[in-house]
Design a binder for this molecule. Structure first.
Ligand code: PMP
Length: 390
């Protein structure tokens, strides 16, 4: 008797539906910005990672179009074969200059940068210690590497230290992995303490600055700058797709690290180089980050205004501790989070429900942008107040 080998897919989808974990896409139209057209209706956008409002910026668009005209749409191959352009190198130098590192390497996404760097740096005889709330790309990079993995409770330095006391000597190399801004909570890792622990136990430390680049630190270099840790021996990862408004990822660090990754990171060697348009747009964005600090100041003003209004007017909502433009409030169940997301959408606000398995508890995630107007922030808080009284 033959059994349909794909029958489990339907059953699995049914289970996902029953748990209220089913995900589907929502179509956005037009240029992205502080407002977007969501399924044909204009809504205020609190859902994007475009913290500085650069994804729709004319200068990035012009740079992308010019690079496409000059080099074509695709880079046509691996950077080691036909896919390398001088533009990639210019971008890498710009990232290294922003991050104050010796060098940088551009990958085709932040996810690939994490997978490739982790898999290249550790293997079967090694140990990874990873914050339990780390992004999926860090977690899957750890699995791909084949190293032993220990998770430590979120930001819990004491447990991390005890794990190292017990386990460090059993392994050859050790790599600590952490997000700097936690993407679904908005809080920061205890970076200075992590650096001390890494030094004490001779561990490499990889910091994912995906949500911090362009946002945190005086010059927008990220949490490493925010915590005054620039110049330390770190492996910094990030994306070009959030505050930098483009697509792609990077690793920044010592020249030796970058040279090694060019030779060993599978997701850099065996994938097509970033497209000319994305590369040029990211390069234009870094220039703006460096030359227009007022965008960052405006973002932080908006974050402060939003937090103030929320504390004054919707204190019933359980806000998670945040030191970034990401503000989340928790809801009891996935169904409640979906209801809240729908309520806000009907009120003209785009702020999505985030549910397990992405996060341990369901929530609404709000991200502020530099380009939000005060009235848009007030409308969000009005809608939240109505939701609380609903
Ligand atoms: N790290 C973190 C912390 C992220 O939030 C993301 C994106 N959600 C990534 C890495 C992956 O970046 P990209 O979207 O460029 O693949």
């Amino acid at each position: 008797m033959s059994i349909d080998p794909y029958a489990w897919l339907e059953q699995s989808l049914e289970t996902i539906h029953r748990a209220d974990w089913y995900r589907s896409v929502q179509t956005i139209d037009g240029l992205c910005g502080a407002t977007v057209l969501l399924e044909g209706r204009e809504v205020i956008n609190f859902a994007s990672n475009d913290y500085l409002g650069l994804a729709g910026d004319r200068r990035l668009i012009t740079a992308g179009v010019a690079a496409t005209e000059k080099f074509g749409t695709g880079s046509t191959g691996s950077r080691l074969l036909s896919g390398h352009r001088e533009l990639h190198r210019e971008l890498e130098k710009a990232i290294a200059s922003l991050k104050q590192t010796e060098d940088a390497l551009v990958f085709s996404s932040g996810y690939l940068a994490n997978l490739g760097a982790i898999a290249a740096l550790v293997g079967k005889r090694d140990l990874i210690l990873s914050d339990q709330y780390n992004h999926s790309s860090l977690k899957n990079g750890a699995i791909l590497s084949g190293a032993a993995i220990l998770e430590y409770p979120h930001c819990d330095i004491t447990v991390l230290k005890n794990q190292l006391i017990e386990q460090r000597e059993n392994y050859r190399r050790c790599l600590i992995l952490t997000d700097s801004v936690f993407s679904m909570d908005g809080d920061l890792c205890p970076l200075p303490a992590l650096i001390d622990i890494a030094a004490e136990f001779s561990c490499m430390l990889l910091v994912d600055e995906a949500h911090a680049t362009g946002v945190m630190g005086k010059t927008g270099a990220g949490c490493v700058e925010h915590f005054n840790c620039t110049g330390k021996q770190l492996i910094q990862i990030g994306t070009l797709s959030k505050a930098l408004g483009s697509l792609g990822g990077y690793v920044a660090g010592s020249a030796t690290l970058i040279d090694f990754l060019r030779n060993r990171a599978p997701t850099w060697i065996y994938t097509t180089g970033l497209s000319p348009a994305d590369t040029a747009a990211a390069l234009a964005a870094i220039e703006i980050v460096q030359q227009e600090p007022q965008r960052r100041s405006q973002l932080w003003e908006n974050v402060a205004y939003l937090k103030k209004l929320m504390q004054e007017q919707v204190s019933e909502l359980k806000l998670l501790p945040s030191e970034s433009p990401i503000l989340c409030f928790q809801l009891p169940t996935a169904a409640d989070a979906l209801k809240a997301g729908k309520y806000l959408k009907d009120a003209g606000i785009f702020a999505p429900a985030i549910r397990p398995p992405t996060v341990p508890t369901s929530r609404i995630r709000i991200s502020a942008m530099a380009t939000h107007q005060p009235t848009q922030i007030e409308k969000l808080v009005d809608a939240l107040r109505e939701f609380v009284n609903y």
